[in-house]
Design a protein around this ligand. Structure first.
Ligand code: BES
Ligand code: ZN
Ligand code: ZN
Length: 498
């Protein structure tokens, strides 16, 4: 049993000191407790009540209101578990049993996965730089100060599930929760502490012990190969760019190899088309696409999914230097297509163009998924909870949508047509790197599609969902969300079936 497993276990007995009870609005127990609870607690969604002692039951309990069970979907169950974990942590309750019986009839095993995700993500905190774990000290009000126990983990025993296969579901969800936590750590990490090569090494290190084979290609090699998008953008910094190529062969007999391409800009100043001070706030998170690919690939390898995946991650900074791109420059992407750069802040598509071309041309992937914090336009259109997507292949996109049913993430698929293609025409090169004043999400996606050589393609723009300063759900925390990990993982799980 490894450390992760010890944090969450399945149990048949409930005789522990502290329990979390999920209570619906109609739960007769509210009245049965005879403590006058019905006056203050009605089981509303996310309302919770700490009850020090319930006669004849556990010694102390946290009642977590669920509203009506029939209204609960994946995200709600994940959120209820996350809220419970946060409450426990804030009270300094480090062990407890969760009674999941109420969810069993409603959702079966899928609820178990959501509960595990919620518990592990609800209490996620990014370790502040220089922070050292202190002994836990109770504050005057019984709650511990948040700072004191960033590193201490709550242990949960899950009660109410014991059928065959539950252990597998539990372990899969635990694995994915840890992968999301890893992704959040990377994305939250300050840019000066995670340069492109360090990001590459961190990802390579994370893959150690799995069947993933890692290659980190250096700047000099990339220049020789002619990746002018990645080398041009990344050459703007004293911290050199690199390309991480990660190969996982879970089913060598299978024809398909899925190319997962993630944008890894560890800091995006905009280059000479410099961002304003306000837009500069979240620039360290511009590598969330690459991080999400790493998280999902690790999950796939740990779960030994029977699929073949090649991840290609272009990692770089986008800065101002004497050698930076200037508007009007024309570069040649790997494979020979030329691009006129009209805005140096539209750097993501340049490095993704190289990476997609490389994945198709050299790594021989047969299907392409790109994922990136690509446009402010997607955030303006959809905000923090829905990401943008595009695809040119119905069957492939259908698989993606099937996977979404398990991931709980939401995407809106953008349409495109010849009129959008026109917006990318350049008088001096094959393409320009920005469109017109409108359709920013679509032109960014279509730009990348040009490099996928007609292979089935899915594009995911997570610029709005990867980062949230005011979390929407209890399973999020300020900053990085880990967006994309579950969607990519469950897409690979669908791919296993095909
Ligand atoms: N990384 C940004 C997109 C972004 C914006 C991510 C806000 C997260 C939050 C990207 O490189 C960028 O700057 N895109 C430009 C494109 C434009 C110049 C066509 C944008 O969206 O403004
Ligand atoms: Zn940019
Ligand atoms: Zn960017």
């Amino acid at each position: 049993m490894d450390a992760k497993e010890i944090m969450i276990e399945l149990t048949r007995e409930k005789n522990q000191e502290f329990t979390v009870e999920f209570v619906s609005k109609e739960d007769p127990r509210i009245g049965e407790y005879r403590l006058g609870l019905e006056k203050v607690f009605h089981g509303e969604y996310l309302k919770c009540l700490y009850v020090p002692l319930i006669p004849g039951r556990s010694q102390a309990a946290l009642l977590m209101g669920c509203g009506e069970f029939s209204q609960l979907g994946l995200v709600e169950i994940r959120e209820l578990a996350a809220a419970a974990s946060k409450e426990m942590k804030s009270y300094g309750i480090w062990e407890g049993t969760l009674d999941l019986t109420p969810f069993v009839g409603h959702m079966g095993k899928r609820a178990l996965a959501q509960v595990v995700l919620g518990l592990r993500l609800g209490t996620y905190e990014y370790q502040k730089v220089g922070h050292e774990a202190k002994e836990d000290e109770a504050a005057g009000d019984g709650r511990e100060s948040a700072e004191d126990h960033g590193t201490k983990e709550v242990r949960y025993r899950l009660y109410g599930f014991d059928g065959a296969g539950d252990r597998e579901v539990l372990l899969e969800a635990l694995e994915l929760a840890e992968d999301i936590r890893f992704v959040r750590d990377l994305v939250n990490c300050p840019g000066n502490l995670l340069r492109p090569q360090e990001l590459g090494r961190a990802i390579a290190q994370y893959m150690e012990g799995t069947a993933v084979e890692t290659e980190l290609m250096e700047y000099e090699q990339l220049k020789k190969l002619g990746l002018e998008g990645l080398c041009g953008v990344g050459g703007s910094s004293q911290f050199s760019p690199c390309l991480a190529v990660l190969r996982y062969r879970g089913n060598p007999g299978m024809e398909e190899t899925y190319g997962l391409i993630g944008k890894g800009v560890t800091c995006d100043t905009g280059g000479y088309c410099l961002k304003g001070a306000k837009s500069m706030a979240g620039i360290k998170g511009d590598m969330a696409g690459a991080a999400a690919v790493a998280g999902a690939l690790h999950g796939a390898a740990m779960q030994k999914l029977k699929v073949n995946i090649t991840a290609v991650l272009p990692l770089c900074e986008n800065r101002i230097s004497p050698s930076s791109h200037l508007p009007g420059d024309v570069i040649t992407i790997f494979g020979g297509r030329t691009v006129e750069i009209l805005n140096t802040d539209a750097e993501g598509r340049l490095i993704l163009a190289d990476a997609v071309s490389y994945a198709v041309g050299e790594e021989k992937v047969t299907r392409v998924v790109d994922i990136a914090t690509l446009t402010g336009a997607v955030w303006q259109a959809l905000g923090y909870t829905v990401a943008g997507s595009m695809s040119d292949h119905e069957e492939f996109y259908g698989m993606f949508e099937e996977g979404l049913a398990s991931s709980g993430e939401r995407y809106l698929r953008f349409p495109y047509g010849k009129e959008h293609e026109k917006l990318l025409e350049s008088p001096v090169a094959e393409l320009k790197n920005i469109g017109g004043d409108c359709c920013g999400v679509i032109t960014a996606g279509l730009f990348i599609r040009h490099f996928a050589a007609g292979l089935p393609w899915i594009h995911l723009d997570i610029a709005g969902t990867a980062w949230n300063d005011t979390p929407t759900y209890a399973f999020e925390s300020k900053g990085a969300t880990g967006a994309g990990v579950l969607s990519l993982y469950y897409l690979m799980k669908e791919a296993e079936k095909s």
